[in-house]
Design a protein around this ligand. Sequence first.
Ligand code: SF4
Length: 350
Amino acid sequence: MYRDHTKVVQIGDKKIGGGNPILIQSMTNTRTEDVEATVQQILALEAAGCEIVRCTVPTLEAAEALKEIKKRIHIPLVADIHFDYKMAIAAMENGADKIRINPGNIGSIDKIKAVVDVAKERNIPIRVGVNSGSLEKELVEKYHGVTAEGLVESALDKVRIIEDLGYDNLVISIKSSDVMMCVKAHELLAEQTNYPLHVGITEAGTLYSGNIKSAVGLGIILYQGIGDTIRVSLTGDPVEEIKSAKRILKTLNLKKGGIEVVSCPTCGRTKIDLIGLANQVETMVQEFPLDIKVAVMGCVVNGPGEAKEADIGIAGGKGEGLLIKKGEIVKKVPEAELLSVLREELENWK
Ligand code: SF4
């Protein structure tokens, strides 16, 4: 597995790379200068399962806010910097556990060196990020457009600049909203470097298309053993990104924990409001830290069979449902009580 052999990088109290668990990241969408709003959002992200959080640092006030934010959160904080090297330095001086820069938009080598010197002094990792939207003109011309090869060359050029300054505490990210270009870029990059990779499909879109594009793209990349941290980018509440990232990792058997809900697609045999029930169950189970499978099935034809595969399940009847536990029918429950009975079972789960 590629990820078993990537360089280990320490971000705050977490280690990534070298076969460490893949960590889930998100990014706040509050004004970083607004400490209260940013802390509240990070705490909500933590509660959902976020393991590393990134905040934009566009002003000195935002850089200074990091100090207060850090005191009130419990996960490593990454500062996202564009254009102004002074923000990168200020972010590190105010406690950022990692910085994300694109050396291409930081400017002269002196400015990059000033950032690298502070990172070196404080042993703060730098994520070198390149994005298909800001690929250099020369590489666009060389490869006749924005291509995976161009993105990889751009990323490795930037990494070399920092290595030449004597620093290799690095993470790389290459992002493209074109899913298959992103996949190819990661395959090419993984062949040419052993730095840990942060993986995501950028500008993936709204909940619907963003989740599908991220699941397909991240699924292919992660399945090949590539990727040490991930972000699902969604146009929406960042907490949704965490839920989706957890689901993607769990589906690939790359993360344990959390209740998995399986539910049938419903058909003409369904005699209860199974769609409503399945949605309620999916929301309800999120508060239980159990590693089990819950089945929500529409009828007694396939329901009991499927529910037997699960740790606990419901098979709908007419205005009622069967509660099935570890393959055994436990009791009949009126439809209106199915959710509360299931909740009670989970509360007392042993
Ligand atoms: Fe239809 Fe029953 Fe299958 Fe659900 S489990 S799709 S209700 S046959």
